[in-house]
Design a protein. Sequence first.
Length: 248
Amino acid sequence: MAAANSSANKPTVRVGVFVSEKCQLLDIASVDVMGSMGHDYFTLISSAVPQAVIDLAPHVEIHYIGSVPAGEPIKVTSNESIVATNHYGDAEVAPGKLDILHIPGPDPFNPFDAGVVDWLRRHGNTPGVDILSVCSGILLCGEAGLLEGRRACGPRGLQDMIRGKGYGEKELVGHKYRWIQDGNIWSSGGVTNGNDLVAAYCRASRHFPTPLVEIVCEMVEVGDRAQSYETDMTWPEKLAKLAAEVSV
């Protein structure tokens, strides 16, 4: 599905990032793992890497998509804003126009726009499109019906909340895994587990050559943590343990 780039005879991997108001900045940042595999990035660091590596890199085209018109800022955490390159209704980011849709975590307590939910559902049901959900992005995916019959992750601390939504998932595994794949739906645990998710996705993806992925993962120092947490512990158990340590 990746489009060919005639000028350089390279494929273009089209990535959409849906940025909601109050989205977690660290969640959004995990898309940079994919951005660092792009030809433009390698052109910037060309003096530090062999030409053979640069030649492996596809073009990576990233769209920052919101519920606001293109060119307007979207307020996220840490007093930061992301300028939207597209509104979700734009033809450029319609279902069938993207290869990968990255869903960083929104405010888990805010309702979702029905138009966004439908747009995400149609992307998720488009053959060849992969959905990468980070942290509370799992809730938006659930509202879109993309978790039904699937294993899914989500943050440790939101497992009961997700389960209570009735999304029809086959199994929630966020208490023990940093990320999980089920078909074209990839979901991670909280926040920086998104880096592990994107690294694992790129290793499995048809869009990125394996040698390139391994070089980039080494360069940006991601993808070296195990998929499983060191301890299989629910968030209430973890919180109780931490609280006990503080009170000592």
